[in-house]
Design a protein around this ligand. Structure first.
Ligand code: SF4
Ligand code: SF4
Length: 307
């Protein structure tokens, strides 16, 4: 049964597949102290659904296991950007939510054909499931000091997804932590946002500020985004587990050339129609025109301030 599921998911582009039985998919109140300290910032939705975060199989009426899946997305940075990526690597191409959901829905259809009675629901960053905890618990990788899930073969440039299903599957074993004494990501974070315990203070993190933060920036927040328009890869770029990755050649996640010629000065003057065209099928549509312009204004102001 697992062999068949593995083969279907590999054909769908998955590079790692792990299985977690519901009995092992119990995570307790692991977020509580982080929430209590306010490190989640404006992400108040993280305070809801505590029972689902504790027992993610409960999202399906007869959920008995989770199939955890990783899809790689690392592609070569466009030459124009060199090592200063305005946009985080995960968002250079097509929106992963749509691409991966489609792959997993097709995979579920195929699995259902050969395993009668199989029922599964696919998720990728689309429900309050503790994706990294699930992936770490079933051997996809380990949670690095920068709080990202790291795989020995694909580093942290992976999208995580899950199929919660009604099969009673045995769990695959976890991997050992391989960060060791390394603290390169902690030193590389320009905002000191990386806490101990594999947690991030989101309120200081440029990824959170440029993507999740709603409303205007405070002066401090504006400075903290540096040159980042959408996301920040600084703590991934220095990670030794990412240093030898081969860029994917044929992938919907490669950089769309439309981003290359744009300047932040042009972005602040985008019309709603231009924004809609520009962000069609792109993860950047999430921050809406106001968010994109806020971020672009902040970059201009930071650039002027640094001379
Ligand atoms: S994404 Fe950027 S700001 Fe956030 S923790 Fe990593 S290096 Fe720091
Ligand atoms: S940079 Fe070092 S400490 Fe940070 S996630 Fe990578 S291996 Fe772990």
């Amino acid at each position: 049964m697992k062999k068949h599921i593995n083969s279907v998911l590999k054909s769908a582009g998955a590079v790692h597949i792990g299985f977690l039985n519901r009995s092992a998919a119990q995570f307790g109140q692991w977020l509580q102290s982080w929430l209590d300290k306010g490190y989640h910032g404006d992400m108040s939705w993280m305070k809801r659904n505590a029972s689902l975060r504790n027992d993610p199989c409960s999202i399906l009426d007869d959920g008995k296991s989770i199939i955890s899946v990783a899809f790689p997305y690392f592609t070569s940075p466009p030459e124009q950007w060199r090592d200063r990526h305005l946009i985080s690597n995960f968002a250079w191409g097509e929106d992963y939510h749509g691409v991966i959901k489609k792959r997993l829905k097709n995979a579920i259809q195929q699995i259902t054909l050969t395993i009668p009675g199989f029922k599964g629901r696919a998720f990728t960053d689309s429900a309050p499931l503790p994706e990294k905890m699930i992936a770490a618990a079933c051997g996809i990788g380990w949670i690095g000091k920068n709080s990202l899930l790291l795989s020995p073969e694909w580093g942290s440039y992976i999208f995580l997804a899950e199929i919660v299903c009604n099969l009673d599957l045995d769990s695959t074993p976890p991997l050992k932590d391989r960060c060791g004494r390394c603290d390169l990501c902690v030193k590389a974070c320009p905002n000191g946002a990386i806490l101990g315990g594999r947690m991030i203070n989101a309120t200081k993190c440029a990824s959170y500020l440029t993507i999740e933060k709603r409303g205007e920036f405070s002066l401090e927040e504006k400075k903290s985004i540096h040159y980042h328009l959408f996301g920040c890869d600084s703590c991934q770029l220095v990670c030794p587990w990412n240093s030898k990755l081969e860029a994917l050649a044929d992938t919907p996640f490669a950089c769309d050339p439309k981003w290359l010629d744009l300047t932040v000065e042009e972005l602040v003057n985008l019309s709603p129609e231009q924004f809609a065209n520009l962000t069609k099928q792109s993860p950047l549509k999430r921050i809406k025109l106001a968010g994109l312009q806020r971020n672009a204004h902040a970059i201009i102001s930071n650039t002027q301030a640094s001379g």
